[in-house]
Design a protein around this ligand. Structure first.
Ligand code: NDP
Ligand code: 2IT
Length: 446
């Protein structure tokens, strides 16, 4: 018997990109979920090479970024922008600045972004970019030098109706500001070419909070639909950046107690609940390490290394980076009675950990759905830029909440429709894919 179409593509990808493990991890999970959709009309999709076109980016731009340090010495990093798929709208996705960045990571993120953006219900395609530049410990001037030089090349490929980058790990309001300044100067256009902009020059209220808040809106809805109230629950959060901070804020507002957070050096356990004001001062204002936290909360514990998933909690919210929640962590969470995991970071759970959690009936909200609030609010920023108006915080926040509730129900319905009730991983992949598939089929082979 000849191999089915999905297996054929998974095998080809494995051969062609054996040195891109994160990209293979992301594509294998998605393609595996899409089997029931593809099988319905396999011959037609195969004839049109739908899956080949889905897994190969429209284009991958890789460029040199020189910058000058505080001593006047020049350095060079590699810049990336992978424009993956624009079937349903302009390319959209963040820029990651972290020394671990490589083409595999940018491709996995860009691929995931296609389905995430589709799930938002808004007209945005998938892309991702960034650089192996390390912003940690750099002065503002060094960051500025990098960002201006990064945009000196990137500007050629982006635009308000072409490709709209935004923040991600290592790229926050400061970096977006420097990049926007460079774009404006080069192009002479004051347009919505980036999202996550400052409020004074086209940014949207609630974009800073959106990913973390959205994560909690979706988690609350998922729990509610499974007969569970989030109020009173104990929560472990990893990370202490943009997503983690506002996940903690909203979890606390909803009456849950968050007892952990982390950075790449270590983690904090605060049994009385994380002091959010202290965390914001340490991370957002002072850009310091989490070792500082104990100065604000003497009764808390700081541990070097990994460990947030060893604490007994009801809910786990990984909000740092890919593959940070591994099989041994999943085993500890289950053993400690955890009921739900919702992914704030992109692909934070390894494939074997996903399987273990699902096999043990843990409610698992995948990143594509759970962290889509950030990019959804970016799309709302684009709308505001287009109409040259600013909406109130309440208006944006209530739209965000509706979007997250809709995403939950769309993935829940898709899982049920294909006989995989409560498999939200499959549900999100299918629901995100169906719209992109229909658009690709309607637009012909291109
Ligand atoms: P930030 O740069 O604001 O924060 C990242 C946090 O994760 C920091 O605490 C950082 O610690 C930690 N971290 C990063 N890399 C590693 C690593 N390799 N090992 C351990 N810890 C690490 O980024 P965001 O909060 O914006 O992003 C977090 C995650 O959420 C990412 O997966 C991102 O792709 C995803 N995401 C972000 C969105 C957004 O709108 N910002 C939207 C949707 C998803 P340290 O400071 O020590 O490096
Ligand atoms: O992973 C993500 O969705 C983001 N980093 C946000 C992208 C965006 O365009 O707001």
């Amino acid at each position: 018997m000849s191999k089915n179409y999905v297996d054929e593509i998974i095998e080809k990808l494995g051969q062609k990109y054996e040195n891109q493990p994160e990209f293979l991890q992301a594509t294998t999970e998605v393609l595996d979920s899409l089997r029931p959709v593809i099988e319905k009309n396999e011959a037609v999709y195969k004839k049109d090479a739908v899956l080949e076109r889905l897994v190969e980016p429209d284009r991958q731009i890789i460029f040199r970024v020189p910058w000058i340090d505080r001593n006047g010495d020049a350095h060079v990093n590699t810049g990336y922008r992978v424009q993956f798929n624009n079937a349903i709208g302009p390319y959209k996705g963040g820029l990651r600045l972290h020394p671990s960045v490589n083409i595999s990571i940018i491709k996995f993120l860009g691929f995931e972004q296609i389905f995430k953006n589709s799930l938002t219900g808004l007209p945005i395609g998938g892309a991702k970019g960034g650089s192996d530049f390390d912003p940690k410990g750099k002065t503002d001037r060094e960051i500025m030098s990098f960002c201006k030089n990064f945009m000196l090349e990137l500007y050629k490929y982006i635009g308000a109706d072409t490709d709209v980058p935004a923040g991600d790990i290592g790229t926050g309001a400061r970096e977006i500001g420097y990049m926007f300044g460079a774009y404006k100067r080069i192009s002479r256009l004051h347009e919505g070419v980036l999202t996550g902009k400052g409020l004074e020059y086209g940014g949207s209220l609630a974009r800073t909070e959106a990913t973390g808040y959205g994560l909690l809106y979706l988690t609350e809805e998922m729990l509610k639909c499974n007969g569970i109230d989030i109020a009173g629950k104990t929560v472990a959060v990893s990370g202490s950046g943009n997503v983690a901070t506002y996940a903690i804020e909203k979890a606390q507002q909803l009456g849950a107690k968050v007892v952990t957070c982390s950075d790449s050096n270590g983690w904090v356990y605060d049994p009385e609940g994380i002091d959010l004001a202290a965390l914001k001062e340490i991370k957002e204002k002072n850009r310091q390490r989490l070792t500082e936290y104990k100065k604000y909360r003497p009764d808390s514990e700081y541990h070097e290394g990994r460990g947030v998933w060893s604490v007994k909690v009801d809910i786990a919210l990984p909000c740092a980076t890919q593959n940070e929640l591994r099989l041994e962590d999943a085993e500890m969470l289950v053993a400690n009675g955890c009921i739900a995991v919702a992914e704030g970071a992109n692909m934070p759970t390894t494939a074997d950990a996903v399987k273990y959690l699902q096999d043990h009936d843990i409610l698992l909200a995948p990143a594509k759905a759970a962290n889509a609030g950030g990019v959804a609010t970016s799309a709302l920023e684009m709308s505001q830029n287009s109409e040259r108006l600013n909406w109130t915080f309440e208006e944006v926040d209530s739209k965000l909440k509706n979007i997250m509730i809709n995403i939950f129900h769309n993935m829940d319905d898709a899982a049920k429709k294909y006989g995989m009730e409560k498999n939200y991983v499959a549900g999100a992949n299918i629901a995100g894919f169906e719209k992109v598939l229909n658009a690709m089929m309607a637009q012909g082979v291109c």
